[in-house]
Design a protein around this ligand. Structure first.
Ligand code: ZN
Length: 655
């Protein structure tokens, strides 16, 4: 276990809270310790109140932050005496505890304190670090886990059996800690859950975590070393994934994204002779279950999974009296011998998090098997964790999903102008977006975010189109919305000067490639969980052509006719296709200030007059076109297909 502590770096962080931020981030930087918001840390200090008095205070990680990027403001100041007093109560319900923690905060603008706040307060050391280290949960999720932990750590750590995080865990710690702690105690192992370390300084507490986990790491290297999986030639038929996505979405009752991870390790796990047993035993650490749900689905029979999940829900919800409305029998982890690991999520981020968690879980399970068998918690305990009041309350707080949550949009010509604005409009509505352009800038439009995939490709190549759709399926599981925007507008050429070559080039890009995309995307759109939608970016030139644009106008007119025929043919597949006809959209890159001035002068207008030269005297922007395009994929247009909507500020030749 690598020790990332650097005295020079640490020296730049002056003060208890700054040191707390520094070492918390070191923990967060190691996915073998914590993943995606898991784990928590705290420091005990003082808070100066408005009367100038010092109050003994616990600064504990607030909910919703991630150790990897945590900041000082993410540590919630809570009154230490209130925490200790709460720990002396006989019982405290989760919801009462959540309210009391909030009441004990010294800054009303803070997020909710971690549910482990009372436990952190009880540990009599200034710095407390808590992780779900892979090596610890591997060993503790086995039948002889406790004996192995005692063998590895002796009396350097206190060992607690599994109890629900929150008040019960704090209560147990309040009893056990004073009874078992010795001057040698530097940590505490929670069975089936994780590990705590503590110390007087940030460095001491961090280094104890690294040391303790390092000992578990060395033990596993000796007793459960995992061999690298053999090379397995992938043989997946990706065209089957959109149908699986539709079934998963139907089970959930809303569209979901599927993300596939096909590697030697995921294929080997999916083909493991014991996979039907080892994949069904639960998560490596309880907080993962909120994301991954209890069992992974094997193969592609969503119906069988949903039925088994329903049975599990009914058997366990009797005790907790959960309403059936909370049942969501859709899997989040799918293990398939061809696809390897498929993760499902309402957003691309959720699917990515599930994948990250399960990639580590696979290895934890395999190594625990080598220690006599992976053994997670019982069904009832896992159910309580999965449907924990506090987690459910958090989900409710996150508000209703966005219009296109769980859906995928593909936009062509997305590097600039209308296409770029469309990509943004769909992202804003919660869709995952695949942006395609011949300009490689399309790849890095949004930096690193899971809900955007930029692909630079030449759409006149059929192979390229097939490749784009395969990438779309592998990353998001299918396609719901297609925006055909890519096109070229060559400079004015009268017919007598129009060469065949230019004519063919315009037709090939503006028309032929769109036919190929529509044809190849049709099976994906047909398998969309709700319904498929296509929006074609046409042109004012279709109803009102201008001289000098024969190839462009003819290509857009033919594209319009193609879309109208598609509307007729695809209605039975619940795919609707509509068109927008923009005109005079000047914020597109082709229109430099210089060209604009030239054109305006040509017509004897100012640039502003030229931009607003329409019936309403309104300037039309890329964003205006993009917003209309996105709305045409929304519920407002759910009963409309084959429509053509001009967006041009009103044009007397079109009206
Ligand atoms: Zn934990």
């Amino acid at each position: 276990m690598e020790n990332l502590w650097n005295d020079t770096e640490a020296g730049k962080h002056q003060g208890l809270l700054a040191e707390r931020v520094y070492s918390s981030r070191l923990l967060g930087a190691n996915p073998a310790l914590v993943l995606h918001g898991g784990g928590n840390t705290s420091v005990k200090g003082v808070w100066k109140n408005i009367f100038g008095e010092d109050e003994a205070t616990l600064f504990v990680k607030g909910s919703g932050s991630d150790l990897i990027s945590i900041e000082a403001k993410d540590f919630v100041p809570v009154r230490l005496d209130a925490m200790l007093k709460l720990s002396r109560l006989e019982t405290l319900s989760d919801m009462d505890m959540a309210r009391e923690l909030k009441l004990a905060t010294l800054d009303p603008t803070s997020p909710a304190p971690s549910v482990e706040a009372i436990l952190h307060a009880l540990i009599p050391h200034r710095f407390v670090d808590h992780t779900h280290a892979d090596d610890i949960v591997t060993i503790t999720n086995t039948a002889s886990g406790e004996a192995r932990i005692r063998e590895i750590f002796g009396d350097d750590v206190i060992v607690l059996p599994f109890v629900m995080p929150g008040f019960d865990l704090a209560k147990l710690c309040a009893e056990v800690f004073p009874a078992q702690a010795t001057p040698r105690t530097i940590g505490m192992v929670l069975m089936n859950h994780g590990i705590f370390s503590f110390g007087d300084t940030a460095k001491q507490s961090y280094e104890r975590m690294i040391e303790l986990v390092g000992r578990a790491e060395a033990y596993l290297a000796k007793n459960a070393a995992l061999a690298a999986p053999a090379n397995i030639a992938p043989s997946a038929d990706w065209s089957a994934l959109p149908a699986l996505r539709k079934n998963v979405s139907n089970a959930a009752g809303f569209p979901m994204l599927l993300r596939s991870h096909t590697s030697n390790s995921t294929l080997a796990f999916a083909r493991h002779p014991e996979v039907a047993s080892i994949s069904q035993r639960g998560p490596a650490t309880p907080d993962h279950i909120i994301r991954t749900k209890r069992v992974a689905m094997l193969g592609r029979d969503v119906g069988a999974y949903a039925q088994a999940y329903r049975n599990y829900f009914e058997a366990n919800s009797k005790l907790s009296k959960l309403p059936l409305t909370m049942l969501d029998p859709a899997p989040r982890v799918i293990i398939d011998p061809e696809f390897g690991l498929i993760s499902a999520g309402r957003s691309a981020r959720d699917a990515q998090i599930v994948e990250d968690i399960y990639l580590r879980t696979q290895n934890i399970v395999l190594r625990a098997e080598m220690l006599g068998g992976f053994q997670a918690l019982g069904a009832a305990e896992l159910f309580n964790m999965e449907y924990w009041d506090l987690e459910q309350a958090k989900l409710k707080k996150s508000g209703p999903p966005k219009a296109f949550a769980g859906e995928v949009a593909l936009v062509t010509g997305a590097a600039s102008g209308i296409g770029k604005a469309c990509a943004q409009a769909f992202l804003n509505r919660g869709a995952a977006v695949v942006g395609v352009d011949i300009n490689p800038e399309v790849e890095s439009l949004y930096g690193k975010r899971e809900d955007y995939l930029g692909i630079s490709a030449d759409l006149t190549s059929l192979e390229a189109i097939k490749g784009i759709l395969e990438q779309t399926i592998r990353r998001y599981g299918g396609l719901d919305m297609l925006v055909l925007n890519a096109g070229i507008f060559p400079g004015g050429k009268k017919i007598e000067a129009l060469a065949d070559e230019l004519w063919h080039k315009v037709m090939s890009i503006n028309l032929d490639s769109n036919l190929a995309i529509m044809r190849e995307a049709h099976p994906l759109l047909k398998a969309a969980p709700k319904y498929g939608r296509v929006v074609v970016i046409g042109s004012k030139n279709v109803p009102a052509p201008g001289p000098g644009a024969a190839a462009y106008s003819a290509s857009k007119a033919a594209l319009t006719q193609l879309a109208r025929v598609a509307a007729l043919e695809w209605g039975n597949d619940s795919i609707r296709i509509n068109l927008v006809h923009p005109n005079a959209v000047f914020d597109t890159g082709i229109w430099t200030e210089e060209v604009l001035l030239q054109r305006a002068t040509h017509y004897g207008m100012t640039v502003d007059e030229y931009k607003r030269n329409n019936v309403l005297h309104e300037e039309v922007s890329s964003k205006d076109v993009a917003e209309l395009t996105a709305e045409m994929c929304g519920v407002l247009f759910s009963k409309i297909t084959g429509a053509q909507v001009p967006i041009d500020g009103g044009n007397d030749r079109v009206i």
